[in-house]
Design a protein around this ligand. Structure first.
Ligand code: TRH
Length: 387
């Protein structure tokens, strides 16, 4: 970057469709833009409550606040209080997340600004082939503006995946420090005996067959401790516990102990993934974080109409170089993407036997993904080429 130039500014617009992934991804991107690239970021977000869950520093009732050096603005509506913009308000780079409609008045101000800002639509993650063909395509808009599609992905012909530059070192340091891991887990009440058991984190959508898997785990040869953040798979957890699934609740039946954790801030969620032997993840962001944890994981994909998500699940399993036949079977069953009758006891036994092999192969996968660069750097490089 030319150091005579004033600081590059970037506006990121995020609509929370549901849950935590939308803001989870935008917040991760915003922080990395600012911390690793010195970009002045304004993050517009319509749901400060979701944001507060993953980042407790966020106040839920403020129009404008600084979190670190990122400016967070409450995006209230399309035309009302946010609606007055001039060309001077417009950032050098404007990103809309998941094709959310940015305020028309902001777009009008973009058209008046000379030069026009770089305008990107940051899309959702998919391993499907067509993504390479759509990544970086221009889409002409009114008033001589051009919007570009930017797709995350698993190949060098996509934008890559979000990954902070110091992440691998941080993870390795944590995983090599048994005392740090024990201290991290014990704050949630995890006992030394549970630490020595097979530790599993569980994050999934409500329809996952959690009860069926819990039944199989109860008769497992080795003790299993399942750590589940509050609010996840509530029905199955309460059935197992026989009581309300609030943070701190725990019960054991047979070989299985289930322990409810608080919903932790985003950096602690990474530590949880690093500390466990197996992670069940979902959506987009936790799915990517599990890939950096160097541990086997099972993905519960966000459900879509007409079982479109099964196509996406298969596309990923086909691309993921750590996929074994047993991992594939287990993943398809977990997502109800198979017509076969599921015997969770044998499925689990087969998958468990593969876990070590999968963990080793997942190290190669990380290396391969690293070769595609990280999404934030790729995005800024792309912005320079279309400026
Ligand atoms: O929450 P998700 O299901 O999010 C999304 C959204 O539903 C979105 O609309 C959809 O498009 C997308 O999935 C595919 O799952 P995800 O993506 O894994 O995001 C969860 C975020 O919450 C992630 O940033 C990690 C964070 N998190 C914590 O910070 N603490 C926790 O305790 C847990 C369990 C998660």
């Amino acid at each position: 970057m030319n150091h005579h130039k004033t600081q590059t500014s970037l506006a990121l617009f995020c609509k929370v469709v549901d849950n935590f992934g939308d803001i989870g991804i935008c917040w991760r991107l915003a922080r990395q833009l600012e911390q690793e690239h010195g970009i002045a970021v304004t993050l517009w977000v319509d749901d400060l409550r979701s944001f507060h869950r993953i980042c407790p520093d966020v106040a839920v009732d403020r129009d404008v606040q600084q979190i670190g050096t990122v400016t967070v603005r409450h995006w209230r509506d399309q035309d009302g209080v946010d609606g007055v913009f001039t060309a001077a308000d417009v950032a050098d780079i404007v990103i809309e997340f998941f094709a959310c409609d940015i305020p028309p008045a902001y777009i009008a101000a973009m058209a008046e600004r000379a030069p026009h800002p770089v305008w990107l639509n940051l899309e959702g993650l998919s391993a499907e082939e067509w993504v390479e063909g759509c990544h970086a395509l221009p889409s002409p808009q009114s008033r001589s503006l051009t919007k570009y599609f930017f797709f995350p992905g698993f190949t060098g012909k996509t934008g890559g995946l979000l990954r902070e530059s110091g992440l691998e070192q941080q993870r390795q340091a944590f995983q090599q420090d048994a005392a740090a891991m024990a201290a991290f887990l014990s704050q949630f009440g995890v006992t030394p005996a549970e630490m020595a058991s097979l530790k599993v984190s569980l994050f999934c959508y409500p329809q996952a067959p959690v009860s069926a898997l819990f039944d199989a785990w109860q008769s497992n040869g080795k003790a299993i401790t399942c750590l589940v953040p509050e609010g996840v798979a509530v029905d199955a957890i309460e059935k197992f516990l026989g009581r309300t699934a609030h943070a701190g609740a725990t019960a054991s039946h047979g070989a299985l102990t289930v322990r409810v954790l608080p919903f932790v801030p985003q950096p602690d969620y990474d530590r949880l993934l690093w500390a466990c032997d197996l992670n069940f993840v979902r959506g987009e962001d936790s799915f990517v974080r599990a890939q950096w944890a160097d541990k086997p994981f099972i993905w519960h994909i966000y459900p879509q109409d007409e079982d479109l998500h099964h196509v996406k699940l298969n596309a990923f399993l086909g691309r993921y170089t750590a996929t074994t036949e047993n991992l594939r079977e287990f993943s398809l069953s977990w997502n109800e993407a198979t017509k076969k009758t599921v015997n969770w006891t044998s499925l689990w036994a087969l998958f468990e036997a593969d876990m070590q092999k999968i963990a080793i192969m997942s190290t190669d996968w990380q290396r391969q993904m690293g070769g595609n660069g990280d999404l934030t750097s790729n995005l800024l490089k792309f912005a320079e080429t279309v400026q």
